[in-house]
Design a protein around this ligand. Structure first.
Ligand SMILES: *Cc1c(COP(=O)(O)O)cnc(C)c1O
Ligand code: SF4
Length: 337
């Protein structure tokens, strides 16, 4: 008879995959057959914002190709260390919209809950790369305060779980949170913004699917996919039970130089998302965060790309081109569509 240890029995596969990810630039560069001359700069950039990428996601990167669109999103580079005028540490003014610890209430009817500071990957362009997570995220003991705020504000119809990445929370913690949110009478919708299913498709557990299906709140999962290479068969397979359970699936991308600033690619991204049952929602211009200037696509070029998408695709496959502006009451449209 095989004896399972308690931990092997209890640790879900996705958590093991995350724990086992690359965190050392030397190891990643060797695994991907990249030039070791990249190392000193990679180490220096990683000391500002560390390298983190799960192995299975790294396996989608073409070996030896420094221009690979997934690699560019995760590899620390010397570009990050250059002086960056106009780029700041809190570009979207998030900290000013915090109403109680971990709750950002910036837009009418929607409140964003920073459910955790942790994330399964470190994307180099992340606008939260300097976010003081340790002081301000709704850790479990703070959920009570967050829930009280939601109880007291009946104009909030939708709660958005964000982070970090909210799906890094184990299923039982999410279940507790979703259950508590379900008891707030005026809440109608629950939205989860996450990149975890993309980087570790095993995260789409039957428990998660079930929780989202049973809540009386209408649930939406907004994935963060920037490139067709990120849409693995395993991800597509993992999404279909969610759809069957009535969860709305959307995607948002960030327009990134050298990753997806190309109309052919953006057209096929929308088409592939649709095949996977996901509708494109937003195409964001980069938040001007220090360390990410080399990813910026000029607004005039973004508008041209978007015009091509409108000509080539049905309206429902054209993501809205937006940017986040501190102090605005919604995302700001970059063109009229
Ligand atoms: C982006 C964002 C939302 C959601 O905006 P939608 O346009 O509804 O997707 C809500 N709150 C905050 C703080 C946000 O940054
Ligand atoms: S997944 Fe999102 S929150 Fe996490 S590092 Fe990437 S951009 Fe930032």
């Amino acid at each position: 008879m095989i004896h399972r240890t308690a931990t092997a029995w209890q640790t879900p596969e996705w958590q093991r995959v995350l724990k086992d990810g690359f965190t050392q630039v030397d190891e990643l560069i060797e695994y991907l057959d990249l030039d070791r001359q990249l190392l000193p700069a990679a180490r220096a950039a990683a000391s500002e914002f560390s390298l983190k990428v799960p192995r299975e996601f790294a396996a989608l990167i073409e070996k030896g190709n420094l221009d690979d669109p997934i690699l560019r999103q995760i590899l620390p580079l010397s570009d990050e260390l250059l002086p960056q005028q106009g780029f700041s540490r809190d570009p979207v003014g998030d900290l000013a919209t915090e109403v109680v610890p971990g709750v950002l209430h910036k837009y009418h009817g929607r409140a964003l809950l920073v459910a955790t500071g942790a994330c399964g990957i470190n994307c180099r362009y992340c606008f939260r790369r300097h976010y003081p997570y340790s002081d301000s995220f709704a850790g479990r003991d703070q959920w009570r305060q967050a829930l009280e705020y939601l109880q007291d504000n009946s104009e909030v119809k939708e709660v958005i779980l964000s982070g970090g990445d909210p799906l890094i929370l184990p299923d039982h913690q999410l279940a507790t949170l979703i259950h508590s949110l379900g008891k707030v009478p005026h809440l109608q919708r629950l939205r989860i913004h996450s990149r975890l299913p993309v980087i570790v498709p095993q995260r789409l557990t039957p428990e998660l699917t079930n929780q989202l299906g049973v809540s009386h709140l209408h649930s939406t999962l907004v994935l963060h996919i920037n490139h067709t290479a990120e849409i693995s068969n395993q991800l597509v397979r993992g999404l279909s039970p969610l759809r069957a359970n009535g969860v709305t699936l959307l995607n948002q991308s960030v327009l990134l130089r050298g990753v997806n600033d190309n109309s052919e690619l953006l057209v096929s991204l929308s088409e592939k998302l649709f095949e996977a049952g996901v509708l494109p929602y937003y195409l964001h211009l980069l938040d001007r965060v220090e360390g990410a200037a080399h990813f910026e696509v000029q607004e005039s070029h973004a508008i041209k790309l978007h015009e091509i998408l409108r000509r080539r695709l049905p309206g429902y496959l054209v993501p809205k081109l937006v940017r986040e502006r501190a102090g605005e009451k919604s995302k700001s449209p970059v063109c009229d569509f």
